[in-house]
Design a protein around this ligand. Structure first.
Ligand SMILES: [Zn+2]
Length: 309
């Protein structure tokens, strides 16, 4: 028979209620539970296994039978599962314990180590419960504050100077890391895109340093589509909507009557800023029309979108 998810969760809750009630104020290290005895007969075999897998309990073979013992993590989980983590009585106990621990480091410049036995005498709280609180790191887990760990388990406690101070928000740390990674990814993607023309997808055919003036070097990138960039100045891609039209040029002519054959010259004078960035070849011809046609052909070649065929 397979149990529904809901039944499994309910049986785990039941097991924690029973474990925490049986434990009471006793120390988790000294309290072993026999799964074959009441009140645990309602706890399923699969639940014990789940609790072991989660690290909430440990299995020990005692008297030839498996027994279970809560771990520090299991004790915290028990506080959550039973709702005890929000009990006023628990908060009062934690307050008393914290005050006693803080008392030892007050005015000190270094961490302080205290005897567990001495602490028990000072706090007037059940020894088992104090053991469980130290063992489980209850201040970190329930209150997100720096706690006081064992220096020697069950014997000595180390109280750090920052005891009781709020832990850094580690989730915020993770979020910050994630943001940084996303930024890196964005930059990497942009860099990858830069290997191709963003308008037409043409590959880069050349790039490198280029002298801009006597002592200033720029960096140029030239694409197979004819797009060319150097430090903010560019010749646009033919697929770029800003690419100049032929109308953006004033065609100017000059006749050289002395020339034997090619008497006509034509050149394109850019009329717009974008046209100034795309230089057209000048034309020469026997007739005015021939010279003009050469300039128009030059424009047609340069304005043809990649891939050119
Ligand atoms: Zn392009």
């Amino acid at each position: 028979m397979t149990l529904s998810e809901k039944d499994r969760v309910a049986n785990i809750e039941l097991s924690f209620r029973l474990l925490m009630a049986e434990l009471g104020d006793r120390s988790i290290s000294r309290t072993f539970f026999d799964p074959h005895l009441p009140p645990f007969d309602g706890v399923l075999q699969t639940t014990w296994k789940e609790l072991c897998d989660q690290g909430w309990i440990e299995e020990w073979e005692l008297y030839g039978q498996p027994h279970y013992r809560l771990t520090g993590r299991g004790w915290i989980e028990g506080l959550w599962q039973t709702g005890a983590s929000k009990d006023r009585s628990l908060l009062e106990r934690l307050g008393n314990l914290a005050a006693a621990l803080k008392g030892y480091v007050k005015g000190r410049q270094r961490d302080v180590i205290v005897e567990f036995g001495r602490l028990i005498g000072d706090v007037k709280l059940p020894e088992g419960w104090v053991f469980n609180a130290i063992e489980s790191g209850v201040f970190e887990k329930l209150q997100r504050r720096h706690g006081a760990p064992w220096q020697e388990r069950g014997i000595l406690i180390r109280i750090p100077l920052n005891f009781g101070i709020e832990l850094l928000d580690h989730t915020a740390d993770l979020r910050a890391q994630l943001e940084a990674m996303e930024e890196q990814l964005e930059t990497a993607t942009k860099e990858l895109l830069e290997y191709k023309c963003s308008f037409c997808g043409a590959p880069i055919d050349a790039q490198g340093p280029v002298p801009l003036s006597e002592d200033v070097d720029g960096y140029f990138v030239s694409y197979a589509c004819g797009r060319y960039e150097v430090d903010g100045d560019e010749q646009p891609c033919p697929s770029d909507p800003r690419f100049p039209k032929l109308d953006d040029y004033e065609l100017e002519f000059k006749e050289h009557p002395d020339e034997p054959s090619l008497k006509w010259f034509c050149w394109a004078r850019p009329k717009t800023p974008i046209a100034r960035r795309v230089r057209l070849q000048s034309g020469q011809g026997r007739t005015k029309e021939e010279a003009r046609q050469q300039v128009v052909d030059s424009y047609t070649r340069i304005a043809k979108p990649w891939p050119r065929r």
